[in-house]
Write a protein that binds this ligand. Sequence first.
Ligand code: 4AD
Ligand code: MG
Length: 429
Amino acid sequence: MKSTIGEVKHHVGQSVTIGCWLNKKRSSGKIQFLQLRDGSGYIQGVVVKSEVSEEVWEAASKLTQESSLYITGTVKEDTRSKGGFELDVTGVEIIQVTEEYPITPKEHGVDFLMDNRHLWIRSPRQRAVLVIRAEIIKAVQQFFNDRGFHLVDPPILTPSSCEGTTNLFHTKYFDEDAFLTQSGQLYMEAAAMALGRVYSFGPTFRAEKSKTRRHLIEFWMIEPEMAFVDHAENLEVQEQFVSHIVQTVLANCKAELETLERDTSKLEKIKGSFPRITYDEAVDYLQKNGHEFAWGEDFGAPHETAIAAQYETPVFITHWPTEIKAFYMKPDPSRPEVVLCADMIAPEGYGEIIGGSQRIDDPELMAQRFTEHELSQEAYQWYLDLRKYGTVPHSGFGLGLERTVAWICGLDHVRETIPFPRLLYRLYP
Ligand code: 4AD
Ligand code: MG
């Protein structure tokens, strides 16, 4: 019967056939140990010369790294092996013998691996990252679906910007100018006025000329938006959300976290409420700890890392200067020079994973912001309508998927968190 490696646990003692690739091979002359993979897992196939036909022995001998085959054998429980099972091989049907597979067990440079990303994703570490990424997406959907949020898909091609005009990707839309979306937020605000609690999950684009460990040109964002929810409630949703993601991965991806050699004791602490500090307090801390930093500046990676190092969970930095934040953020009524917003900074130096805020609901103030930021009222007429027809307090946030994957997997660079990263100067493969 046909099976996958992930399903062999249901077939102990039975003969199964599995479509797979050869990962590695060891041979003692009389026994060949085949390390096989099929995407669902790994299993060792044991070929004993005295127990198989000459054809089967010969076929197994021909197998090279990444050769494709159908293997047939009896499933045996084996507590010493990683997956817990082994195959006593009775048949080998070669599909293709691979010659000179470029990615060998020796060390390769990053550029070489990135040029071969389409093959690199077959390696155990890269597979583990992609499995965890998929699990995070499942956890995201489960979290919002269980809480009465509706999934809404904002457009990818847009006539205007959401997060400033400096890093927009320009394209033509027939005779008009268009931009790839930087964030679905403004559309999600419209959707929240229609459906109450909504979230989006989609690709976003930023033509950022920054070559850092945290920046992608194309990245995926999860953007919830909630009517009748204020700043404080927004933070509560965020801490529950991030705790749910981390705890789900811990429960469901043990083998993958082990492959990545992730220190899971650090992730186990990610639950409950996260500390909140104001921007003012963060600045004060930096100044007292040897950083040259003036009130009104934006934090760079070293600043975020220094602030986050004081905590074992993510930390919220709230109440940022109005001047350096987006036009739509609601000023603190008691102190309008700061806004009701927060960035969530991950621990262990992974930086900002969430940006969010309460939004301006007052039509006059929104009109004033449009003037100050020199935004075209014409292009955003629809957005201004949201403040004209039944405006309500509302809040939302955006979680960057790749930075979250980097943190949970313990990776030093976001390039390994997405199957085919788009980076500054890299559009291939
Ligand atoms: O802080 P940002 O720019 O916020 C927004 O776009 C809001 N409109 C979201 C909202 O309120 N609906 O981006 C949100 C998150 C960041 O915290 C970060 O995790 C991620 O998106 N992000 C990036 N990830 C990878 N590469 C980049 N270039 C990123 N820029 C932002
Ligand atoms: Mg931000």
